[in-house]
Design a protein around this ligand. Structure first.
Ligand code: KG4
Ligand code: ZN
Length: 371
């Protein structure tokens, strides 16, 4: 069974073809990131306009890579279903993907599956095989090659740490679509905290990779940053940590809390920035790992997966490997950030578990959808 996935919830326009929920036949990702960089974050109007321009060529490219003798008309006959992210995300961005998928479902006469983006991040870990053609992908979009996928499909019960720009949560999956959110953030998501700390330090957006890179040169024990104490043990909070970095930066240059954050980057020395980045990076990830270990010990899952953009972090992977006594089958970092393969995989399991297809005439977006 071959499914086309479509993803447009934020700044990536993505399409992919996945066979039987595990074989990656194509994975095309185009990003409007460069256009947002100068604003220090994603500008919704720019993202939506970019999706309009990119969506059709990206889907066409995904089909062209998936089928050896691609024919714009005939190759669609080999597709069994269409899957699309309907939330959560930016309203204007989600609309482009959903309207495109609805139209294709009607015109090509295919069943349509609506996918929760956050849930789908976990499904990136279900991809275990790679098509031949994808290895030599060359396109005018982001070039992705040399995938290192999970070796095996994770077994239930699965403990999933879902960490992205918009979400930070620990979820226990008893089975497909049967899960319990053990805890989540009540304020900033961890990826968002990276993006904000990057802004304070004058590092480029997205903050995750740029803070991590700077952190390599710093002393991670230089600044004592707090871990939030939560009434519910699996809940997270990242706004206090971000403010603590701000205060530490103000103190480091001999100013008080009234010094404007946007002027800090010019006054901080590179060594101070590196130490702040390293200290933040260590504590931000320690909090995730502390709670993951707590849940791992309480629920004794058969597998542990990490998902979402922040799961690409080498610091997170290293801390987990050092502190947890099990070997973890990490998936490729290129499948941790937003992509459409995870959307197609999620839909495959919707079909396997007899979930109803969406109505292509009425499917609506849900920007604040939760797990
Ligand atoms: O999952 P994702 O691509 O988009 C959302 O659904 O939010 O996650 C993007 C987030 C950004 O906040 C980015 O700073 C963070 O993931 N990120 C990282 C790394 N790469 C991306 N955070 C820490 N370390 C990284 N290497
Ligand atoms: Zn995401």
């Amino acid at each position: 069974m071959k499914i086309v996935g479509i993803e447009t919830s934020c700044d990536e326009t993505a399409a992919a073809v996945v066979e039987n929920g595990r074989l990656l036949l194509s994975n095309v990702v185009a990003s409007s990131m460069e256009m947002h960089k100068q604003y220090g974050g994603v500008v919704p109007e720019i993202a939506a306009r970019s999706h309009i321009e990119l969506i059709n060529p990206v889907i066409e490219q995904a089909l062209a890579e998936a089928f050896p003798n691609y024919d714009p008309g005939k190759s669609w006959e080999q597709i069994d279903a269409i899957a699309v992210t309907y939330g959560p995300g930016l309203g204007g961005s989600l609309l482009i993907g959903v309207m495109t998928a609805r139209t294709l479902a009607i015109v090509k006469n295919k069943p349509l599956y609506a996918v929760n983006h956050v849930e789908a991040h976990v499904y990136a870990n279900f991809l275990t095989e790679i098509g031949e053609k994808i290895k030599v992908q060359s396109s005018r979009f982001k070039q992705i090659s040399n995938y290192k996928l999970s070796k095996t499909v994770p077994e239930f019960p699965i403990l999933a740490l879902v960490v992205s720009g918009g979400h930070t949560q620990l979820v226990l999956f008893e089975d497909h679509f049967n899960y319990k959110v053990l805890g989540r953030t009540g304020d900033d998501a961890v990826g968002e905290a990276y993006d904000k700390v990057a802004k304070i330090l004058g590092l480029p957006y997205p903050g995750g990779p740029s803070v991590e890179k700077f952190a390599q040169k710093g002393d991670s024990l230089k600044y004592k940053l707090p871990k939030a104490k939560m009434p519910e043990k699996y809940d997270f909070s990242y706004s206090g940590l971000k403010t603590a970095v701000l205060r530490a930066a103000q103190t480091a240059i001999g100013e008080d809390y009234s010094f404007p954050s946007y002027q800090l980057a010019d006054r901080l020395k590179n060594a101070q920035k590196a130490d702040l980045a390293a200290s933040f990076n260590r504590v931000a990830m320690e909090v995730l790992v502390d709670k993951t270990i707590l849940a791992y010990n309480e629920f004794a899952p058969k597998s542990l997966v990490i998902a979402g953009g922040v799961a690409a972090s080498p610091e997170l992977r290293e801390q987990i490997s050092q502190r947890l006594p099990i070997e973890i089958d990490y998936t490729d970092t290129k499948l941790c950030t937003d992509n459409a393969a995870m959307i197609a995989t999620n839909a495959y399991y919707q079909i396997q578990t007899n979930k109803p297809a969406a109505n292509p005439k009425t499917l609506e977006i849900n920007p604040s959808l939760q797990m």
